[in-house]
Design a protein around this ligand. Structure first.
Ligand SMILES: Nc1ncnc2c1ncn2[C@@H]1O[C@H](COP(=O)(O)OP(=O)(O)OP(=O)(O)O)[C@@H](O)[C@H]1O
Length: 227
C-alpha cells in the first residue's frame, strides 16, 4: 500500500492492523521485510508451500511471536512494545485466533466450552451463529463425543462469540468437507462485514484463498500480492 493510501485509511479510521518491515528467522531466514495492512471488513489470505513460514507470520501478526525485526501496529500502538498486561488484553478482547489444533476443554460439554467465552467477554451467545455453523444440535454433548469437524466448528464459534476485531485463522477448514468448509468461510465473511472486523487466513487451498479480498503468497522470503 502506498504511504498516501495508508495515511488515508488511518484518517478514515478503517485500518485495523499494520505490519511494517517484518523479518523473521529460526535456524534459517524465513521472510524478509514484509509489509501488510488489514482494513475493516477486509479478508486477506496467505498461501505458500508447506514450511514457507505462513503460520509463523500469522503468529507474528496475531501477537504470539515477536519478530526479529519490524513492527505490528494495532490501534496505532506497536503491540510488542506494550506491557504484557496490555498485550494480553488485546489478545483476549480484540484478537480471535483460530489454530490448526483447537484447544477445547475435553471434560466439558460443547455448551460449557461456549460459556467460557461468554463469561470472559460479557457477550451473549449467538444462536444464529451456532445454527449457521450447524452445531446448534450438539450443544449438550461432551467435546469428546463430537466429530473432528464439529469440534473445529465449535472452536471457531467459541472464538467468534467474543466478537473479536480481527480473526486470525490457520487452516480453519482443515478437517472439513468442501460444503462444510464453504459454510464456515461464509460465516467468517458475514461476521467481518457485519462487525467491522477483519480476517487473516492461512490456507493451503487456493480456491478458499481466492474467496478473500486479497491473496498473498509467501515464497522466496517475500510476500507476493496475487490478488
Ligand atoms: N518455534 C520454532 N522454532 C524453530 N523453528 C520453527 C519454529 N516454528 C516454526 N519453525 C520452522 O519454521 C519453518 C516454517 O514453519 P511454519 O509452520 O511457519 O510453516 P508453514 O508455511 O505454516 O507450514 P505448513 O503449511 O506445513 O503448516 C519450518 O521449517 C518450521 O520447522
Amino acid at each position: 500500500m502506498s504511504e498516501l493510501k495508508q495515511n488515508e485509511s488511518l484518517m478514515t479510521g478503517n485500518l485495523l492492523l499494520q505490519a511494517n518491515n517484518i523479518s523473521h528467522k529460526f535456524d534459517y531466514e524465513l521472510f524478509n521485510n514484509i509489509t501488510l495492512s488489514l482494513q475493516k471488513k477486509q479478508s486477506i489470505a496467505i498461501i505458500g508451500m508447506s514450511g514457507s513460514g505462513k503460520s509463523t507470520l500469522l503468529n507474528i501478526l496475531s501477537s504470539l511471536l515477536k519478530p526479529v525485526e519490524g513492527e505490528v501496529l494495532f490501534n496505532d500502538k506497536e503491540i510488542y512494545s506494550l506491557k504484557q498486561k496490555e498485550l494480553l488484553n488485546i489478545r483476549r478482547n480484540d484478537f480471535g485466533i483460530i489454530f490448526q489444533a483447537h484447544y477445547l476443554f475435553r471434560g466439558f460439554s460443547a455448551s460449557e466450552n461456549l460459556d467460557i467465552s461468554t463469561l470472559l467477554s460479557g457477550e451473549e451467545l449467538d444462536m444464529q451463529l451456532l445454527s449457521d455453523l450447524k452445531i446448534n444440535h450438539v450443544l449438550s454433548q461432551g467435546v469428546g463425543e463430537l466429530s473432528g469437524g464439529q469440534q473445529q466448528r465449535l472452536s471457531i464459534a467459541r472464538i467468534m462469540t467474543k466478537k473479536p476485531k480481527i480473526i486470525f485463522a490457520d487452516e480453519p477448514t482443515g478437517n472439513l468437507d468442501k460444503d462444510t468448509a464453504n459454510i464456515v468461510m461464509g460465516t467468517l465473511f458475514n461476521y467481518i462485514k457485519n462487525n467491522d472486523a477483519g480476517l487473516i487466513l492461512v490456507t493451503h487451498e487456493s480456491d478458499l484463498a481466492y474467496q478473500c479480498d486479497k491473496v498473498y503468497k509467501l515464497e522466496d522470503l517475500v510476500l507476493q500480492e496475487l490478488k
